[in-house]
Design a protein around this ligand. Structure first.
Ligand code: PLP
Length: 404
């Protein structure tokens, strides 16, 4: 099936209630009511590519589900994907499989830094970045993103402040592309970041889980690949660890399998040792089947998904700009997450959250959970049929009109 024929698939509504879905069946626990359109936790309401369902069905048809091991073909599928999609040549021995990107954040912090070491995060950011540091009793150092407003809102890194923070830190947790603000970091920004890391001997964990969900108006550069390209920073790849996963792009986050790309052998050994000590079984028959099938057979589906999401993004933003003047939206360059600036409503965070749940009947992620700079914002997951997104925005429009 070509990209064009695939796009119709995403309009098809799929009932997810009763599937132990956190997003749907967890509404009562999270919002205190089932009566919200759920647009929070980052999974999508779309069926996975056929290549994945076929691989899972094939595996399920064998009746023994014993301990598993990753086949070489799985590693090769990831290597081919990174080369073909990101022009990044990764060596087989650099790859360490892990049970998810959030576990990987915790693992890297624990394995590579000492107790009380400084670890930098850039809020507002995906909230497990904070707990990955505090869980391990490391010192959280914040390098908040800067929000500029010259008619349009745009986020940038505060490199001057980062230079200061780097003096007292061992590790930086980079979110690239960035959740929740949707930025795709450009090469000049990443070069500047690398220069700071070099100067202050900083290790960087680059969480690139959203790298395959980039819209056509931006281009993602793997930080580690950039460092390999650059003559002045030829050794820099040794200080970079990259987390990748097919889970967001191909909508299989419930299956839990990701990979760390670790060119530095000492880092690799420390991380593998820590993983072993935790006694965690990383692979299982289903996550292996889905992981390999995604990278091997999901390419066309991904292109169709991005086209669909980009269309949804653009229509949603046009609607907000036209009909919801009290809300400003940051146009994401990547991710299926819209970052809504609701500060004009002049509600504190508890009241803003209540307004979305009780008046608009929408279950979004409150911006405040993403840390400093997230106050007064809400994050909306648009990984759902476009009709749902537009219905949600109409609910919001009606609730805002009612509250005036
Ligand atoms: C930046 C980022 N990292 C990690 C994750 C979760 O990764 P995993 O489900 O593999 O733990 C998410 C999920 O939204 C995310 O946005």
């Amino acid at each position: 099936m070509g990209t064009h024929q695939l796009s119709g698939l995403f309009d098809h509504p799929i009932a997810r209630e009763g599937t132990e879905s956190l997003k749907y069946d967890g509404r009562l626990d999270t919002f205190g009511t089932d009566d919200v359109l759920p647009m929070w936790v980052a999974d999508m309401d779309f069926a996975v590519p056929e290549a994945i369902s076929q691989a899972l069905q094939a595996r399920a048809s064998h009746p023994v589900f014993g301990y598993s091991m990753a086949p070489e073909s799985l590693y090769q599928a990831l290597i081919d994907w990174l080369l073909n999609t990101h022009d990044w040549q990764v060596k087989r021995e650099w790859i360490v499989l892990t049970p998810g990107v959030v576990p990987s954040l915790n693992l890297v912090v624990a394995a590579l830094t000492a107790e009380q070491a400084g670890v930098i995060v850039q809020p507002p950011v995906y909230f497990p970045f904070f707990s990955a540091v505090t869980n391990q009793h490391r010192r959280l150092i914040e390098n908040p993103l800067r929000l500029t407003d010259d008619g349009t809102l745009a986020y940038q890194m505060d490199l001057a402040q980062l230079e200061e923070s780097a003096k007292e830190a061992e590790l930086l947790l980079l979110c690239s592309p960035h959740n929740p603000v949707g930025r795709v970091w450009q090469k000049d920004e990443l070069h500047a970041l690398l220069a700071i890391a070099e100067k202050h001997d900083l290790t960087i964990l680059s969480d690139e889980i959203h790298a395959d969900l980039v819209y056509t108006d931006a281009q993602h550069t793997p930080l580690s690949r950039l460092s390999l390209d650059s003559a002045s920073t030829s050794e820099a790849s040794h200080r970079i660890i990259t987390a990748v996963s097919p889970s967001k792009t191909f909508n299989i986050p419930g299956l839990g399998l990701s990979a760390l790309i670790i060119p530095n052998e000492a880092h690799r050994r420390a991380i593998q040792k820590h993983l072993q000590r935790m006694g965690v079984s990383v692979t299982n028959p289903f996550n292996l089947a889905a992981f390999e099938a995604a990278y091997r057979g999901g390419g066309e589906w991904r292109k169709a998904l991005i086209a669909y999401l980009q269309d949804t993004r653009d229509e949603a933003i046009a609607f907000i700009n036209k009909h919801l003047p009290a809300i400003r939206v940051i146009c994401p360059q990547a991710t299926y997450l819209l970052w809504l600036d609701c500060r004009e409503l002049k509600l504190d965070d508890a009241a803003l959250n209540r307004f979305f749940i009780e008046e608009a009947k929408l279950g979004l992620s409150p911006g405040a959970i993403f840390g400093r700079g997230g106050e007064g914002f809400m994050r909306m997951n648009i990984g759902t049929p476009k009709a749902n997104v537009m219905a949600a925005l109409s609910r919001l429009q009606a609730a805002l009109a009612e509250s005036n």
